[in-house]
Design a protein around this ligand. Sequence first.
Ligand code: GLA
Length: 384
Amino acid sequence: MKSGEAAVGAFRDRFGAMPDLLIRSPGRVNLIGEHTDYNDGFVLPLAIERALWIALRARPDDTVRMWSALGDQREEFSLSALSRGGGWAAYVQGVAYELLRAGKNLAGWEGTIVSNIPTGAGLSSSAALELGVARAFAEVSPFPWDPVEMAVISQRAENDWVGMNCGIMDQLICAAGRADRALLIDCRTLTWTPALLPPGAVVVVLDTSTRRELVDSAYNDRRRSCEEAASAFGVAALRDLDWATLEGGRERLSPTVFRRARHVVLENRRTLDMAATLNEGNLIAAGELMKASHASMRDDFEISSPALDAMTEAALGSPGCYGARMTGGGFGGSCVALVAADRAGGFETQTLERYERATGLEGTAIPTRPTEGTSAEEVLPTKG
Ligand code: GLA
C-alpha cells in the first residue's frame, strides 16, 4: 500500500485536496510461455505485488492533467487534440486515442502517478500504465470495466501509437490477474484458466539490472521468423503446428527459422504442462519445465544474454529453488524463479551473491505472490 499512499500524498501536494479515487495497476511476471502470445499460443503469467498507482479526480472538461513521479514530469492534453509525442505520456494519449476510436465517451481527469515497478526490467511497467489509464477513464467517464476489451485496446495503443508490436500477454494479465493464481491464457481465444500457485511456493523475480529497450530489440525479427514458419506449413499460426509435423517438415525452413519454430511449438506444450503440474502441486516437475524453457530461449530462440544466463545459473544453484528462467521479451531485464516459501530469504541472498561474483553486477530480488489485476477504490477522507 506504500506507493498507493505516496500517490495520494502527491495528489494532495499538487492539487491541494484529496483525490476521489485510487487506482492500482500491477506489473507482471511470466512463469512460462515466452514469445508464444503472438503465435496464438499459451502463456502462464501472474500479476505481481509491484504496481503503478494513480490518485485522481474527475474534471468537468476534456483535459487530462497528470503528474508522474517517474522523473517528476507534468503532462497535460485535451482529449480533442491528441498528439503523438514520446516518453510515458505517449502511452496515456495512445490509450485515450484507442478508447475514443472504440466509441467510448471520455471525460477528463487529473491525477498523480507513482510506481514501484522497475522500468525496463521486463515486468510490464508500460502495460501497468496503459491499464491504469484505461481504468481511470472507465471510472470517470464512466463505462464498464471489461478486462479483455481493455487489454485489447491497450495493446492497440502500444502497437499503433507507441510503435511496439507486442502480443496480448502483458495487457491481459495486468487487467485480469487473480490473487494466488497464475493464469493459463489462450492467446487465440483470449480466455483463461487459473492455475493455483501452491501455498508452499513463492515466485522470486530476479532483476539482472541489465536493460534492453524492447522497441529496439530483435523482437520484430523473431515475430517475422515465426510468421515465416507458420506460412511454410500453411497454418494460421505456430499454435496450429505440433512437434511431429514440424520435425517431419524441417527441410521447409532454414536452420535458424526451424529453431525459432521449435522453441514456440515446444514452449506451448511446456506451458500447458506447467499449468497442470502447478494444479497438482508438483513443484519439482514445474521447475524442470522452467529449466527446459530457459535452455530453449538461450539456444533455439536466442533471446537470452550473458547476464540472464548467469542469473538463471545462480538461482538454480541456490537453496530452495525448484526452477528458474529468463522472463519477458529477452536480451536483458529479469529472470523468474520458483522457490520454496520457507527458504526464500536464503535463496535471495545466495543467488544475488553468486550473480555478482559471476558478472560483477548487482541484481535485485523481488519475492511475490500473485495479486489481483487493475482495480479502483474510492479514497475516503479518513484515509488521508
Ligand atoms: C514482451 C511482449 C509480450 C510477449 C513477451 C514475450 O513482454 O510485450 O507480448 O511477447 O515479450 O513472451
